[in-house]
Design a protein around this ligand. Structure first.
Ligand code: 5RP
Length: 227
């Protein structure tokens, strides 16, 4: 699993802190990435000790991990309510997030938005006063060139995401491609989010505007919960 940013200890502290908030009977969205993975493993340990919970994975990766951790799974179609989602982020500023470092942001946004509360798990390197991380945009393969042109017209610089150990593009769980779009500093995330959402062929972008209810920031000194 690709890891970014802070130390494993910081990520584990954040993930385990969020996992502690899960209560009996809850349906929980299971995020993607190395920090969310710590939360999934911690929930799995609590299931082993008798916690009654059902998880909704946000990616192939989180589904496999949840199965390994023996967390009973459900779907958005079957669950009456999603009480909580726990997910990582590539950057956060207040309640605003940039996500999609694992190319899973389309499913993550669906599950995270469906949840009553979204708990973000992060290490301190993910904090920014103002978002400036490149925004992943998942595109239909046929729309790769036209969306890239549209992103340039909006003032961004798009780069097709390529696989690290393969000579080819990253393909998402949905069979699409990802353009990482650098806009520099993003003073108005809501405005950019609306502009990106309107592009024909753009399936989903990684700006999660105002979505975080809590951010559990793990550090060597413990966990700070920002609300
Ligand atoms: C996947 C994501 C991840 O949550 C994000 O990339 C953070 O990952 P990590 O905890 O490994 O740094 O958005 O699409």
């Amino acid at each position: 699993m690709k890891t970014t940013g802070g130390s494993e200890a910081e990520k584990r502290a954040a993930g385990e802190s969020a996992a502690e908030t899960v209560e009996d009977g809850m349906v929980v969205g299971l995020g993607t990435g190395s920090t969310a993975a710590h939360a999934i493993r911690a929930i799995g340990r609590r299931v082993d000790s008798g916690l009654d919970v059902r998880g909704i994975p946000t990616s192939f990766q989180s589904r496999e991990l949840a199965k390994e951790a023996a967390i009973p799974l459900t779907t958005l179609d079957e669950a009456d309510e999603v009480h909580l989602a726990i997910d990582g982020a590539d950057q956060f500023s207040g309640p605003h997030l940039v996500k999609g470092g694992g190319a899973a942001h389309a499913r993550e946004k669906i599950v995270d938005a469906a949840a009553d509360r979204l708990l973000v798990v992060a290490d301190p390197s993910k904090f920014a006063d103002e978002l400036d991380h490149p925004i992943p945009v998942e595109v239909l393969p046929d729309a790769r060139t036209t969306v890239a042109a549209d992103v340039r017209a909006l003032g961004g610089t798009p780069t097709l995401r390529t696989a690290e150990r393969k000579d080819g593009p990253v393909v998402t769980d949905n069979g699409n491609l990802v353009l990482d779009c650098d806009f520099g500093a993003i003073p108005s995330p809501g405005v950019l989010a609306s502009e990106l959402a309107e592009l024909p062929g753009a399936v989903e972008h990684g700006l999660f505007v105002g979505m975080a209810d809590e951010v559990h920031v793990g550090s060597d000194d413990g966990v700070e919960v920002r609300r």
